[in-house]
Design a protein around this ligand. Structure first.
Ligand SMILES: NC(=O)c1ccc[n+]([C@@H]2O[C@H](COP(=O)([O-])OP(=O)(O)OC[C@H]3O[C@@H](n4cnc5c(N)ncnc54)[C@H](O)[C@@H]3O)[C@@H](O)[C@H]2O)c1
Ligand SMILES: O=P(O)(O)OC[C@H](O)CO
Length: 325
């Protein structure tokens, strides 16, 4: 099956490579003509994957129509807040029935919508799916092994997409819990910022572990309110990705938190999706009466209305309660 990968950043590049390595004819669309030339002529994407030599078979185009010719599966790999714009470009261009696999992780800030809701709204004839799990683009582009989950409401579609997108070093499990896979991926980014801030502020590894564990409780509570299944949140797209991003400065969200905790400048930092998702996640939790103090603290720290010292003070002085309450 022919796969079209839309989005020329780190993750789009890595997924275009895995699709090719999995044996699929693959087109790769990016909007930046200079980056297209760099991929096609020098086999690199210097803006997003500097220093990584790309497979010579990978070619890119900035012509969306050309990328979509014959496409039987589309991977949408722009940032979460840009998904609506990318979907709008597909209206009238993508063939009905072609699945759109969302590879971004986030919740739309302006509407509180899940990304699959945006696809359903903009492209009602194209079934949405989501690919999520522990996967740093640099690792995947280098051919290091990992496993992710591919979800769609239709279990058969999810299984077909998991077979299609698997490659020798890229193992895709399937799931019919689309909501669970989306929410796990979106919320882990907010918690990764919190984990980075804890380390940046010098609070130590014990605090980091306690925060990530209690953050996971919040992720499960918020996930449950969306109808996510607990076992999905315990899987690759929830716990798996949380472990990865809350424990490594290779994560851009963790690195953002690290800088926040250290009091460093945040100007010019790479994309950290949790920055856009924290506020809307905190709002959703508050609207639904869900206790989510870590998510709320991240939101206020990002807004500049709470210092990390005060956040720690607030979290530690909350009323004591049973752990499973
Ligand atoms: N990088 C990773 O390791 C990784 C892994 C898994 C998932 N993701 C997710 O994938 C998504 C994209 O991340 P990334 O790492 O590729 O980001 P990136 O910052 O490396 O690249 C973003 C790309 O999107 C393009 N873009 C931005 N707005 C656009 C628009 N309106 N239309 C078309 N293209 C647009 C940019 O030009 C750039 O090429 C994020 O949601 C991220 O959470 C990233
Ligand atoms: O670098 P981050 O924090 O965007 O994380 C990338 C992926 O989501 C890891 O699975």
């Amino acid at each position: 099956m022919k796969v079209a990968v839309l989005g020329g950043g780190a993750w789009g590049t890595a997924l275009a490579l895995t699709s090719l390595r999995g044996g699929n004819p693959t087109t790769f669309w990016m909007r930046d003509a200079d980056a297209v030339r760099a991929v096609n002529e020098r086999h690199e994407n210097p803006g997003y994957l500097p220093g990584i030599a790309l497979d010579a078979e990978l070619t890119a185009t900035d012509d969306l129509d050309a990328a979509l010719v014959g496409a039987e599966c589309v991977l949408a790999v722009a940032p979460a807040q840009a998904l609506r714009e990318v979907a709008s470009r597909l209206v009238g261009r993508i063939r009905p029935g072609v699945p759109v696999v969302i590879c971004a992780k986030g919740i739309e800030r302006s509407s509180g919508k899940r990304l699959s809701e945006i696809i359903r709204e903009m492209l009602p004839d194209n079934p949405p799916a989501a690919l999520s799990g522990p996967s740093f683009a640099t690792d995947v582009a280098r051919g290091l092994p990992t496993a992710v989950t591919v979800a769609a409401v239709d279990a058969e579609l999810a299984a077909m997409l998991a077979r299609l997108l698997s490659a020798p070093q890229f193992r895709c499990y399937s799931s019919d819990d689309l909501v669970g896979v989306e929410i796990g991926g979106a919320l882990k980014n907010v918690l990764a910022i919190a984990a980075g801030a804890v380390i940046g502020a010098g609070l130590g590894a014990s605090a980091q572990a306690a925060l990530v564990t209690r953050g996971f409780v919040e992720l499960r509570r918020i996930g449950a309110s969306f109808g996510a299944r607990p076992e999905t949140l315990m899987g690759l797209s929830g716990l798996g990705d949380l472990v990865l991003t809350c424990g490594s400065a290779q994560s851009r969200n963790f690195a953002y938190g690290l800088a926040l905790g250290r009091g460093d400048s945040l100007v010019g930092m790479k994309l950290a999706e949790g920055v856009a998702t924290a506020g809307i996640a905190a709002t959703i939790a508050a609207q639904r009466g869900i206790r989510a103090p870590i998510t709320d603290a991240v939101d206020r720290m990002l807004a500049g209305t709470l210092t990390i010292d005060r956040a720690v003070g607030e979290l530690l002085s909350r009323p004591l309660r049973a752990e499973d309450d």
